[in-house]
Design a protein around this ligand. Sequence first.
Ligand code: PEP
Ligand code: MG
Length: 923
Amino acid sequence: MLSEGTPAMRLRCSRRARSDSVRSAMTRYVHLFSDPPATQVKELLGGKGAGLAEMTRLGIPVPPGLTITTEACRAAYASGGTWPSTLRAEVLAALLVVEQGLDARFGDTTQPLLLSVRSGARVSMPGMMDTILNVGLNDATVEALAARTNDRRFAFDAYRRFVTMYGGVVLGIDRHLFETELSDLKRSLGNPSMPDPEVPVDALERLVARLKALVLEHAGKPFPSDPHEQLWGAVAAVFESWNSKRAVTYRRMYNYPDDWGTAVSVQSMVFGNMGDDCGTGVAFTRNPSNGERLLYGEYLLNAQGEDVVAGIRTPKAIAAVSSPRGRESESLERALPDVYAQFVAVAARLETHFRDVQDIEFTIQRGKLWLLQTRNGKRTGRAAVRIAIDMVDEGLITTDEAVLRVDPSAAEQLLHPRVPEPERLAKEGIVALASGLPASPGAATGIIVFDADDAVRTAKDGTKVVLVRGETSPEDIHGMKAAQGILTAMGGMTSHAAVVARGMGKCCVAGVSDMHVDVRAGKLIVRAHGGRAERTFVRGDVLTLDGTFGKVYAGEVPVEPAASVPGFDRLMAWVDAARRLRVRANADTPKGARDARAFGAEGIGLCRTEHMFFAADRLSAVRCVVLAGTPEDRNKWLAEIEPMQRQDFVEIFRAMAGLPVTIRLLDWPLHEFMPREPAEMAQIAAALGESVEVVSRRAELLHELNPMLGHRGARLGLTHPDIYAAQARAIIEAACIVVAEGLEVLPEIMIPVVMLAEELTRIEATVRSAAETVFAARGQRVPYLFGTMIELPRACIVADKIAASAEFFSFGTNDLTQTTLGVSRDDAGHFLPDYLGEGLRVLTRDPFASIDRDGVGALVQMACERGRSARPDIKLGICGEHGGDPSSIAFFEEVGLAYVSCSPFRVPIARLAAAQASLRGKK
Ligand code: PEP
Ligand code: MG
């Protein structure tokens, strides 16, 4: 979907009445945890706010607090950085209510209330946004805290943590500087590796003073001592963290829109760092990596939340069985058995209540358990499948709900080996060398080669290779097949390399604009991380490709294998029962057709006949057709190709017996088939019996500046009717042969790149007459459909006229995107990453991967309506690459297409996405 990105900005609180005050007065921006449930609860309160409110309602111990809604965040961004004028009063009023239930007041110097200020979007974005704990501490309140708790050490420990967090998150000072102060302090105490809890109180007091001096030095102003100023600074920082670099990157990765905004939960603090009967931890109610039904989590005694996640101390297991052998006594189960028992009961209750795996954060203060968060837990694809199936068996959810529980992109992980996510690798110090488009998912490690023949030679003895090209051409096909993965400097999501790689289920990263391939010199030059420093790789160097996230890594990166998941077939049976959309595959070869059927395809939605010519033995015959000097010569070469095509169709029809097969007549971007090297030209000239000069001149005359908008598709069919007639004959003959074998064949002949109804009328005459010739010759008839691709804006506009000849439409959304946006699908890689990335953020999704609903989608809808108006029973489908994209599939469900068609390896994902779209539609 195209949508405007939101620029980063500094947010501020307005005390002025603003023109939006009327609207603000009506809109409520603050909800107490204890308020009655709101509607659209997650959208409004974020996952965290919603979970806290629901737990409060259930009577589970939750420190009281309030949530500032995502609407307030959106309003702040929409107004250019000033948040709603009523927000301050609403928060203060809600704080009064919070205080009533506690014997503490925010800012009070004898009974101070401390707050945590935490982010929470409607979906969990773990670690992507900011949190500030212990808000409200200053030189006076710290003394009160020390007196009240009778623990001066604890109070100053909280204070130094607060100054560090606030200095880093709100004031933007490098956190490392604060940490260095702590390390220096430990060194000055004679023990550089002194555990935090052992730093004595007087040293902590000195440390706080030092940290505040650091703030003055770097922020140019003293550390704020006014608790209210601290609170608003923290709230603004959390709102701003919605647009932090990591949050934006995360949203891009998972296609979350920029305009959701984050909520802010402001909660009274409980402390896990008050002694050995205190602690903090995180847990999942089931194992999020394999789905096993076992409480899975970690905790630390005498610590605050960030200690668990920051890796400063090594957390311990919650359950004794999950502890390393011999260390069971460190588990929460053994250390604090009563708390453990309470925790297990609460975790089970939450899971049953929410009917999903819960990701829980908790704190233990002086032996009492407090819940700080519960949300549906993120899980791997493998875990998602297992948990969904188990929960059906446990009677917790229905089969339809199980279908909705498995995220299609997580399920996609199951079908391909994969490189761990970039953030996970970053934690291990492995950073990508460069980024491109995630053109075809999977992982590939191998030595790089720059030429397809080399790929085949090298791979013969089992050596793994990665084929690196500036761009790919049909001649590379054998090299692509032999390689583990394909890396190209140019091209977009629908470039030749991407389409072919997806068809093969092979990993591909395309359009890596920071990379230059010098094939002749045998060099790959990469501007690492988009910077100035260049790294050069030569043949034989090892690279790893991550086709799922579009990353390139130097050397070998550990790859996780494709998993076979028990129960997957059961889940897919529920999927198939739930969906309305049929799912076909784009396949051009008999093997592709067989693979597609094995993945559950219900027919072929696109057989690109030009792909059938990629094989070396056919390529020269095709080139002779293109470069023949006379119609007679052309027909001679066509006659050579016709039996080969017929045989392919026969095998494809057999593989797809009983299911529809849409065969598209030739649509070659001519340049892809032109001989490039002098030796190839010489070979074609020899075959044609003409001189190299004559044939080269002919090739020059055919040269097009914009081949994608050139002499292709229906235009070729009209100017060279012999070609389409020969193809139609081959299809109909093949259908007759297979029908004669007793199998059912449902051929659909499809014409590409149609812009005028008249083009289709004339081509229909050619095709139908070729079919009649075959029927007459064989004395046999087979039913077939005649239809067209809709892939140009004009075709959408005149779809009613086109429907006069077309019995079906199949949307070619690759070309339709290219021509609607005016963006070349092969050159998009030059600027789209910038449009999508950090810098410009003009687009949130690649329109070649996920349908641009507002533009291309509107045209698709118009064409459906106009097509149906002229021919009510017209069959409508889509065969562009969007046919395998879950969010585009949701759109195709909305407009009521009959089927989507995608590469064979994406068929299971498309089935799942189609089922989810149906179920959501019913809701
Ligand atoms: C399309 O344009 O969407 C399509 C399927 O055709 P091709 O990618 O072969 O141009
Ligand atoms: Mg097309």
